[in-house]
Design a protein around this ligand. Structure first.
Ligand SMILES: *[C@@H]1O[C@H](CO)[C@@H](O)[C@H](O)[C@H]1NC(C)=O
Ligand SMILES: *[C@@H]1O[C@H](CO)[C@@H](O)[C@H](O)[C@H]1NC(C)=O
Ligand SMILES: *[C@@H]1O[C@H](CO)[C@@H](O)[C@H](O)[C@H]1NC(C)=O
Ligand SMILES: *[C@@H]1O[C@H](CO)[C@@H](O)[C@H](O)[C@H]1NC(C)=O
Ligand SMILES: *[C@@H]1O[C@H](CO)[C@@H](O)[C@H](O)[C@H]1NC(C)=O
Ligand SMILES: *[C@@H]1O[C@H](CO)[C@@H](O)[C@H](O)[C@H]1NC(C)=O
Ligand SMILES: *[C@@H]1O[C@H](CO)[C@@H](O)[C@H](O)[C@H]1NC(C)=O
Length: 491
């Protein structure tokens, strides 16, 4: 009798702990997904959600640069206001089963491949870059992956026509009729997995029609020199290409593209033009980002200049309202020191309402690490701000963190009350075997894992083989995802 009673009380304790544990887990889900620092990720805005895929970080270990690729998918909700200190991230990695770890991929939004959303510009296409099968060190052969934001499924689109080989450092843009323009880029040992591979730069305008799922190539007449690491911005029917790197004719591994010489591709006539920009004297750069601001300015942030140094004016703008285009070096102000971004490269920039949202990237001053922060430029008055004020927000700003805390506290109080009541009752009615068990653990907000996506089977055999000691030196025991990156700096 006595031991039976102890057992009942023990069971109650256990139930209480299980409930506390689950509520703690769901509390954590609500409050605390914070993405890690990264650069060379992809950012795509669809329907008030800014989706991020992949990216990488690198570390120096015994003089060797090693890198780690992310296989993550998460988004920032831009339908409501947020503060850069506590943005409302949602992680989809677990439930949406990202098929490849990837970095340096170009991303753009196109039409869905399913008849139901064939005219919905709601599918994110991830093109090229480094793509590894999750949990393996094999480069996939497929160039294009797609995430349908409506069905929330990854797809492996079957394309026809002649597409690009695997390249990186491309910025893709999409028009309103479902075409994605993917210009130039480069291939090297990281894209081929072949250590002896030389850097090859391209100048083809590869076009993916996401309605037909077919690749074609735009006009080569007057095409600019082969290049990568530029920015591409669509302005009505013109794609404006700024900066980047091209082949050197003086024995160097690359040459900076002259930022005043701006190639323009007309998507209506399929013609290339070269424009010469006047205005301010701004420095050449690559690995910068660009957005089209509401007042018809292309705003450029960041980038690397000569000798691996940050471009001298990080924020510059190109006035494209009339020819010749004019460079501007605007004077900015800021609301707080934390609002000012460090010098960056390989970050992303996205225009949402009047804000340029800068995310992640490689910090290019002597700090030399990846960034995990967001920065906001109010493009109407050149001010670095800390709060994204959504014009949609009807409710006062309550961050998810605050909601999470409230839910967490409320749950804990309920649990304590329930537990106390049960405990008291159990002590009173210790003869009764079964205390009430109406309380079930709060359910997790995550959806079940989808198995719809089948992992591609074809791989390039022998890629990134440890035996290829010409570029892979022995690496630290514990991290199987880190790979040699030493020759990248020379390309
Ligand atoms: C690709 O397929 C579409 C229809 O699915 C067809 O209209 C188009 O001609 C094909 N293109 C090539 C290059 O085969
Ligand atoms: C860049 O191009 C402009 C316009 O053609 C030219 O005036 C300038 O000298 C060039 N700068 C360099 C460094 O080549
Ligand atoms: C432009 O800037 C570069 C480096 O910042 C400098 O070498 C060059 O003389 C400047 N050109 C003009 C026209 O001011
Ligand atoms: C852009 O240039 C046009 C004239 O070409 C000028 O009217 C306009 O004010 C400029 N925009 C900005 C933001 O400087
Ligand atoms: C790099 O820039 C950031 C932001 O501007 C600054 O806080 C940091 O001190 C800089 N690091 C170095 C080593 O200059
Ligand atoms: C990141 O920035 C540092 C400093 O400029 C640079 O040395 C390094 O090569 C950069 N990494 C990449 C991948 O560009
Ligand atoms: C720019 O606008 C923001 C609101 O988005 C405001 O907080 C800030 O003070 C303005 N900056 C200047 C210099 O007026």
């Amino acid at each position: 009798m006595f031991s039976h009673r102890i057992y009942n009380i023990y069971k109650l304790h256990l139930t209480g702990f299980v409930i506390l544990f689950f509520s703690f887990c769901s509390f954590k889900n609500v409050e605390s997904f914070v993405p890690e620092a990264r650069y060379a990720h992809s950012a795509t805005l669809v329907d008030k959600k800014l989706y991020f895929v992949g990216g990488q970080v690198s570390e120096i270990n015994q003089g060797q640069e090693l890198f780690h690729l992310y296989g993550e998918l998460f988004y920032l909700d831009v339908s409501t206001s947020f503060d850069i200190e506590s943005p409302s991230w949602t992680d989809l990695t677990a439930s949406k089963h990202v098929p490849v770890r990837n970095s340096w991929a170009a991303s753009s939004v196109g039409f869905g491949s399913k008849p139901a959303n064939n005219l919905d510009k709601s599918t994110i296409y991830l093109i090229g870059g480094l793509m590894y099968i999750t949990n393996q060190n094999a480069i996939v052969t497929d160039i294009v992956y797609a995430f349908d934001t409506k069905s929330q499924q990854w797809e492996l689109p079957v394309t026809n026509g002649t597409g690009p080989n695997r390249r990186r450092e491309v910025q893709a843009v999409s028009d309103n009729i479902g075409k994605i323009y993917y210009f130039g880029g480069k291939s090297d040992y990281t894209t081929t997995g072949s250590p002896a591979e030389n850097v090859i730069r391209y100048n083809t305008m590869n076009i993916l029609d996401t309605v037909q799922l077919s690749w074609s190539i735009g006009s080569m007449i007057d095409a600019p020199s082969p290049r990568e690491g530029y920015s591409a911005t669509l302005f009505i029917n013109l794609i404006i290409f700024i900066g980047g790197r091209e082949n050197s004719n003086d024995g160097q591994s690359f040459h900076l593209v002259n930022i005043s010489q701006i190639p323009v591709y007309d998507i209506q006539s399929s013609k290339w033009y070269l424009t010469i920009a006047g205005g301010a004297n701004v420095s050449h750069r690559y690995y910068h980002s660009a957005i089209l601001a509401p007042n018809d300015l292309i705003i450029v942030y960041g980038g690397t200049s000569e000798r691996d140094l940050p471009a001298s004016q990080q924020l510059i703008a190109l006035n494209i309202t009339s020819l010749p285009y004019q460079w501007i070096a605007p004077t900015t102000s800021y609301l707080s020191l934390d609002a000012i971004p460090p010098p960056l490269s390989l970050h992303s920039s996205t225009l949402v309402e009047k804000y340029m949202i800068i995310a992640f990237g490689n910090i290019t001053n002597a700090t030399r690490s990846a960034s995990l922060n967001l920065y906001l430029l109010d493009t109407t008055n050149w001010t670095w701000v800390t709060t994204f004020e959504s014009s949609n927000s009807i409710h006062p700003v309550i961050s998810i963190g605050v909601i999470g805390t409230i839910i967490g506290i409320a749950l804990s109080i309920i649990i304590i009350i329930v537990f106390t009541v049960l405990y008291v009752r159990a002590r009173k009615k210790s003869n009764q075997n079964h205390p009430p068990t109406k309380n079930s653990p709060p359910s997790s907000s995550r959806n079940s894992i989808s198995n719809q996506f089948s992992i591609p089977q074809e791989i390039i055999s022998g890629t990134y083989d440890d035996a290829r000691t010409s570029y892979v030196r022995p690496r630290p025991k514990s991290n199987p995802l880190l790979r040699s990156y030493s020759t990248l700096a020379n390309t």
